[in-house]
Design a protein around this ligand. Structure first.
Ligand code: RP5
Length: 181
C-alpha cells in the first residue's frame, strides 16, 4: 500500500468511515495534502448521516483515474461530487466536464499565492460547465451545500438542514441575549 493510500485509509478510519451503504457524495481531492481541509466536508456529511466516499484523484498526476471516476460516478449512485484542489486546480472543472452531476469545488490554499490561484482556477469556468465554488478552504460549506442539494428530493435530509439552520439562528440569538444582559 502506498503512503498516500495509507494516509487516506487511516483518515477514513479515524473520521468519516466510508459507510457500508452506497455513497451518495463523492469527495475527491488532488493530493493527500488536501486532506486536512477536505476532511471537514466528510465530517459535515457524516453529521447529516449522508454516505460518502473519499478518494485522491489528481487531474494532473492521475488523469486516467480522474476520467474513470468522473464518468462512472453517476452510474455508481453518486449524486453530488465535492472536488478540492490547490494551485492549478483543474480537478473540479475537468470532473464537471465529464459528468452531469453537480460538482462543488473547494479551492485549497496550497501555494505561494495564498489560495487565490486555486480560487480563480476553480471559479472561472467557461459558460456551460458550472462548478459551484465555495470559499478558500471552506470544505464545510461544500458539505452543507451537498446536503442542501440532496435535500431537494430527500425530505429527511432537508428536515435535518432546517433543524441545523434553526440551531444556528438560536445560537446567535442566545449570544445576543447574553450581550444585552
Ligand atoms: C494540487 O496540488 C493538489 O490539489 C494540492 O493542493 C497541490 C499540492 O499537491 P502536493 O504537491 O502537496 O501533492 O494538485
Amino acid at each position: 500500500m502506498g503512503i498516500v493510500e495509507t494516509r487516506v485509509k487511516s483518515f477514513l478510519k479515524e473520521n468519516a468511515d466510508e459507510s457500508p451503504v452506497a455513497p451518495r457524495v463523492g469527495i475527491i481531492m488532488g493530493s493527500d495534502s488536501d486532506l486536512p481541509v477536505m476532511k471537514e466536508a466528510a465530517k459535515v456529511l457524516k453529521e447529516f448521516d449522508v454516505s460518502v466516499e473519499v478518494r485522491i484523484v489528481s487531474a494532473h498526476r492521475t488523469p486516467e483515474l480522474m476520467f474513470s471516476y468522473a464518468t462512472s460516478a453517476r452510474e455508481r449512485g453518486i449524486q453530488v461530487i465535492i472536488a478540492g484542489a490547490g494551485g492549478a486546480a483543474h480537478l473540479p472543472g475537468m470532473v464537471a466536464a465529464l459528468t452531469p452531476l453537480p460538482v462543488i469545488g473547494v479551492p485549497v490554499r496550497a501555494s505561494a499565492l495564498d489560495g487565490l490561484d486555486s480560487l480563480l482556477s476553480i471559479v472561472q469556468m467557461p459558460r456551460g460547465v458550472p462548478v459551484a465554488t465555495v470559499a478558500i478552504n471552506n470544505a464545510t460549506n461544500a458539505g452543507l451545500l451537498a446536503v442542501r442539494m440532496l435535500g431537494v428530493t430527500d425530505t429527511t435530509i432537508q428536515a435535518r438542514m432546517i433543524q441545523f439552520q434553526e440551531d444556528a439562528r438560536d445560537t446567535v440569538l442566545e449570544k445576543t441575549e447574553r450581550l444585552e444582559k
